[in-house]
Design a binder for this molecule. Sequence first.
Ligand code: NAI
Length: 462
Amino acid sequence: MAQYDVIVIGSGPGGYVAAIRCAQLGLKTACVEGRETLGGTCLNVGCIPSKAMLHATHQLHEAEHNFAKMGLKGKSPSVDWKQMLTYKDETIEANTKGIEFLFKKNKIDWLKGWGSVPQAGKVKVGDDTHDAKNIIIASGSEASSLPGVEIDEKVVVTSTGALELPKIPKKMIVIGAGVIGLELGSVYSRLGTEVEVIEFLDTITPGMDGEVQKTFQKILQKQGLSFTLGAAVQKVDASKTKAKVTYKLRKDDSEQTLDADVVLVSTGRRPFTDGLGLDALGIEMSQRGQIKTDAHWQTNVKGVYAIGDCIDGPMLAHKAEDEGMACAEVIAGKAGHVNYGVIPGVIYTHPEVANVGHTEEELKEAGRNYKAGKFSFMGNGRAKANFAADGFVKILADKDTDRILGAHIIGPMAGDLIHEICVAMEFGASAEDLALTCHAHPTYSEAVREAALACGDGPIHM
Ligand code: NAI
């Protein structure tokens, strides 16, 4: 068997990026993956396929609602569901094949099968045991269900089943108003499904800036989604074609039921570490099932590292990628670094929602002296022309130093706009630095500059 400098277990965004960076740094590298294709949850059944479905259904929405206004007349397109799923599958294939190409280009061996770590320095895949000076566990996460809710991926589905339903359901109940529930709820709502979201808390998207939460909920309601907040789902009774969801309203403890063709369970994910043999290896785990690591992603067992969804922190592909690169650099003797204070979060609905840094609620609670500069997309010419004027940009800055502490955007291309603020924060910039930067006209990004101006002498177009 070959001797490796590094074996990475898992080929999701954390694992494949770690493997590529290791190889680029001159380390002999292999990556273990048990799925038939590389790319993990994100490429196969998560981020990428859901973005294809969001894109396709957004085009449909535009055709149905805005084309005629622009003088584009004619019949709206009808949905060929089979072809839409084919488009989604082709998108997945193009991306997973891309990782395969990058592995070949970087001379990374793909060890096909499910890996385990019988001891430090060894990785077992099927009947073969490989030697590795360093092991990076990037085994990701899996959907976590609720007690009383059995997933069959047909009627009661996670995001995986929701991306391959045999037909468009008439009625869908989404349990959990988090990222997955709202993205996939939007997809089906645009396809004509009646979508009802049941959420335990009194707001959607917990942890997000309060003003964004309220605006986001109103916009989604306008688009046709309904919400039952403050409701704890107790159980789901499913037959082959229908499901009944029982929930309790927290305000009065009353029990209610709702029927649907499909129930999407999107109540969070948990680390996936099954079959790795971590118990026997003596790897320390947190109470939440996460692998514990030090600041350099090393576990308590020397030479065994862990990154991504299976360790602490937000379960985001880009957080895993950054940890993958940094961990590879640490192994290669360099200074790997991740700035956990500047990790953007994006919800790819329409409009998109994006955030970085602190929320206003967090700053209030910490007693920070801050100011908020806000600008509505109503004052942005490009957004108005494109029927995309719903939403705003809010920048939070320290009242004394003007240093940017956080930003929250709901509006067109929010997921791209957020990054100029991320860069600014990485450089320790002030709101004035952003405000003094010339922004091309007419672009959505002018709304970011105007929000920065609102932290100082005021925006121009409001
Ligand atoms: P989430 O953590 O975003 O939201 C789960 C929601 O379910 C919460 O609002 C919670 O209060 C609610 N909930 C929990 N128990 C409930 C009950 N019994 N009844 C009603 N509501 C209940 O989880 P989600 O959406 O499943 O996403 C999982 C992970 O995947 C997240 O960490 C997310 O960041 C990541 N992800 C990120 C994406 C992105 O960056 N665009 C896309 C998809 C997933």
